[in-house]
Design a protein around this ligand. Sequence first.
Ligand code: FAD
Length: 474
Amino acid sequence: MSDKEFDLIIIGGGPGGYVAAIRAAQLEMKVLLIDDRQAEDGKPAPGGTCLNVGCVPSKALLDSSKHYHHIQHDYAAHGISVESVAMDIGQMIGRKRQVVKQLNGGLLQLFKANKIEFANGRGQLLADRVVEVAPNEGETYRVHGEHVILAAGSVPFTIPNVAIDGEHIVDNVGVLEFDAVPERLGVIGAGVIGLEMGSVWKRLGSEVILFEAMDQLLPVIDKDMSRAAVREFKKQGLDIRLGTKVAGAELVDGKVSVTYSEGDEEKTEVFDKLLVAVGRRAASEALLAEDSGVELTERGQVAVDEHCRTSADNVWAIGDLVRGPMLAHKASEEGVAVVETIAGQHGHINLDHVPWVIYTDPEIAWVGQTEKDLKEAGVDYKAGSFPFAATGRGLAMGEAAGQVKILADAETDRILGAQIIGPTASEMIAEIVVAMEFAGASEDLARIVHAHPTLSEAIHEAALAVDKRAIHKA
Ligand code: FAD
């Protein structure tokens, strides 16, 4: 039997688990949150992959490297000359660590303020919602929850013949900790993580080659948008090799030798560092005892219904551990929805309108369906697009690359999807998400007054372009 009773036990303290814990505490549940992550100093490091080795530290490095790049390449056009610019990598990494540490501490305070019991250690679900907790320090004990949420997140995929050593061949953890700029950086996988981290080190001076097995960069967006992104990345000097398959990597005299095929040809490149960024898989290992009653899918994800219910009574699962986009905000909103459902409210998340963002420069953001999706579904649609180069604000900022594209139903005009490549695309996509959540039409966006001069005018004009009446476009 278990020692202690909780209304809710959550295993995993990432953006899924910790947000669920706070919402549950607001709803007066007695909550235990279990997370195994520790900082280098041995202190608990809640916040999951996202805060510790994902969203937040990657954005800190993207911002630092963007400043460095702008000073060198863009200031002169504004009439600003800078005599000499130097980059202190130790300072940059230290700043990133400080941002993470501050947020770890902020979360621990939030747990205290909300009276959430927090256990720093590993949790495993046994039968009948008993959870065995193995603390990082101390004896193993058992607890019981009226409800349990599994929020264990994900871990990186590995590939055969490419062994991560954490020093020369790294995953998302190692790439955030380089102590010097690698002269040559290889990246396997030109997805979100590969593009973001490739951009960071390219801006700081690395020669970066990205190997991508697919023939199209980011097949999740439309071909014209993907081609526009490739053009921008090429201008920045990122060497993206589409249609290449890495066969293996080995350490030779302190360097990483990568063999790969391009068509029928076998080729080799030698790097100082190699990043493996080929996607992530659910962290379902060692989470469940054999008799937990929770079923997994063929892909090792926890199987859930549309309300995040697993096959075991009162056991729920959210975030990267289950189907759907592997994104922090999706995990958080699922956490809130599950807790509100447990409390008898109407918990809800619409997976069709989850925005995606890549924080490269320019940023890339999208939501809803693409032209390919609509064609496959046999939906008749209209498209409107508008370039930032035709906006006063984009030109004034000196950041006029990219465009907004909106897809709307040909008959009803309802917005079905949108893609943005451009400055602050990460912020601007929210306007379209709101419009889609309210079942808006492109005509609604077209009739909304947008401030001038702003980048959001490109959304307004793209909406007008759906009806072929954009003002500043021939
Ligand atoms: P996680 O954040 O993975 O948290 C799960 C936690 O549970 C971890 O701390 C784990 O150690 C712990 N845990 C696992 N098993 C157990 C156990 N048995 N007992 C106790 N604890 C356990 N998403 C975005 O939306 N925006 C971004 O900009 C973004 N950038 C990213 C950049 C990188 C480099 C990476 C790797 C990911 C990025 N992501 C981003 C994805 C995002 O990090 C994940 O989608 C998100 O963290 C998922 O949240 P989660 O709560 O499901 O799991």
